[in-house]
Design a protein around this ligand. Structure first.
Ligand SMILES: Cc1cc2nc3c(=O)[nH]c(=O)nc-3n(C[C@H](O)[C@H](O)[C@H](O)COP(=O)(O)O)c2cc1C
Length: 165
């Protein structure tokens, strides 16, 4: 898949089949995503992979609008490692770069994904449920991963003229 096609065909997928993607595909996605740029090349991210159905359901129960997360066979929880930070804003940007790479790789491997940000204020609960008790890890966001069920609507974009200043 060409880069342009991969970027433009990625959609936030909110309906998933039960089928669990192979570990091989998951490893490929993560192994490529870590080539994301990061400030000072600190690579300040950590990822917790969740596949356990009960745990995924508990995370989805924290959501108001993103309960679809319960259907996803895999959740990737991205954390910022405070041990390797140097500038909070830049480190958060670096985690965003990683997350975008994950979602683009997922698309190129035929998987759907969606970034869930609505529970970013529920860091303590997310960490407790996912069994992450390292105080140095700052919760950044969750990515759902799995095979898309049905068709996802195309989202619009502001015209380029509107965003150039
Ligand atoms: C920082 C961020 C937070 C988001 N949080 C949520 C969320 O909590 N729930 C959800 O369903 N989608 C969430 N999304 C997905 C956006 O709604 C989606 O990217 C946007 O509507 C454009 O649609 P598209 O990704 O299909 O192009 C989030 C996206 C970003 C970048």
């Amino acid at each position: 898949m060409e880069t342009d096609e991969c970027i433009k065909t990625r959609r936030s997928v909110r309906f998933y089949k039960d089928e669990v993607p192979d570990n091989e595909i998951l490893n490929k996605i993560i192994s490529s995503a870590i080539y994301a740029p990061s400030g000072l090349n600190l690579q300040p991210w950590k990822i917790k992979i969740l596949k356990d159905r009960d745990t995924i359901k508990k995370i989805s129960d924290l959501c108001q609008k993103s309960r679809f997360a319960a259907q996803a066979p895999i959740l990737l929880i991205v954390f910022l490692d405070r041990d390797v930070t140097y500038d909070f804003t830049k480190d958060v940007l670096s985690c965003g770069m990683l997350m975008q790479n994950i979602m683009l790789m997922a698309n190129s491997e035929g998987l759907g994904s969606c970034l869930i940000g609505e529970i970013n204020d529920k860091s303590d609960e997310v960490k407790k449920i996912s069994g992450v008790n390292d105080g140095k890890l700052i919760f950044m966001g969750i990515i759902t991963l799995g095979y898309q069920r049905g068709v996802t609507a195309v989202t619009s974009r502001k015209p380029v003229e509107k965003i150039l200043i």
